[in-house]
Design a binder for this molecule. Structure first.
Ligand code: SAM
Length: 292
């Protein structure tokens, strides 16, 4: 598999957000543009031209209604949650399916934390090169190429000398929807074995109803079609009403769950922004259960 296209579109959406005036953006991700090539890079550069930025975002939303507001809202919600959890004692962060996530370089909260990134090899190599070219230090993170569908995640991470008893947060953003149910189950089992009781998992998922059509979301059909067209179809979703039970069955306890629509309302409204993030895209925090 080549460099993940959906990871690049996430970087583009973060670059578009970064191009907004400082007072109206949810975050700044200066490295995001470095991960782009071809037309995506041109779009990100155009967005930096005063007055043109909003037009690029508007054009993007006209072609793909839904993904961009949800992408930037989930980024900010995860940034805020990571920051709060590090303040609460987390010392190590594992980014599963990290793609072009640049939190290791851009979040002050992570300055002292150990960061491990897992992804497929092609995307990781492209990231290393881009980070270096942008003048940042790729050795800030430990890159570990692992295919979550086929490899033994627990063994691969343990082989790096992963110390137990370090308070750990696993961030699994924008990935479960591209995996099989078996890979999701195996990954959850590996994480709980690695991080132990009280380990934390912050993850996203798509509403299962968007995949089987049982729940109506206005943006779903086009969104589902567009990811399939780039060769990264959505293959897995969860019912938010059954999420707590799903996690309990797998040795986790749900702490909170919310849609990007709800989070988006809280983030966009104070900035006077009218974008609406999607109800189908969801973010959740769970802890590994303590043994009875
Ligand atoms: C939509 S991107 C999200 C990237 C990043 N977490 C973010 O939010 O910007 C999905 C990521 O999952 C990775 N991925 C998909 N299938 C995978 C697998 N079987 N094993 C490891 N990583 C995988 C892709 O390479 C890609 O980087």
């Amino acid at each position: 598999m080549g460099v993940s296209f959906t990871a690049q579109t996430m970087a583009l959406q973060r670059a578009l957000e970064t191009a907004r005036p400082a007072g109206s953006r949810l975050f700044a991700d200066p490295l995001a543009v470095s991960f782009l090539s071809g037309g995506l890079r041109i779009a990100a550069q155009l967005a930096r031209v005063p007055m043109a930025g909003r037009l690029v975002s508007r054009a993007y939303d006209a072609v793909w209604p839904g993904p961009r507001p949800s992408a930037v809202v989930r980024t900010r919600l995860i940034d805020d949650t990571v920051t709060a959890l590090v303040a609460d004692g987390v010392r190590r962060v594992v980014l599963l399916g990290a793609g072009f996530d640049s939190r290791a370089w851009r979040l002050d909260a992570l300055r002292e934390a150990t960061v491990v990134e897992i992804d497929l090899p092609a995307t990781q190599s492209a990231k290393r090169i881009a980070v270096e070219r942008a003048g940042a230090d790729p050795d800030r993170v430990r890159f570990l190429p692992v295919d979550l569908e086929t490899a033994d995640l627990e063994k691969a991470i343990r082989a790096t000398g992963f110390e137990p008893d370090v308070p750990t947060l696993v961030v699994w953003e924008g990935v479960t929807n591209y995996l099989t149910a078996e890979a999701v189950d195996r990954t959850l089992a590996a994480i709980s074995a690695l991080v132990g009781p009280d380990g934390l998992l912050l993850f996203t998922f798509v509403h299962a109803g968007a995949l089987d059509g049982s729940t109506y979301f206005p943006e779903a059909e086009q969104w589902v079609r567009s990811v399939a067209r780039v060769g990264e179809p959505w293959t897995f979703g969860l019912d938010p009403n059954r999420l707590a039970a799903f996690l309990t069955d797998r040795g986790y306890e749900l702490v909170w769950e919310q849609s990007t629509a709800t989070a988006g309302h809280d983030y966009f409204t104070p900035l006077g922004r009218s974008e609406r993030a999607s109800e189908l895209y969801r973010v959740a925090l769970a802890t590994v259960s303590r043994p009875e």
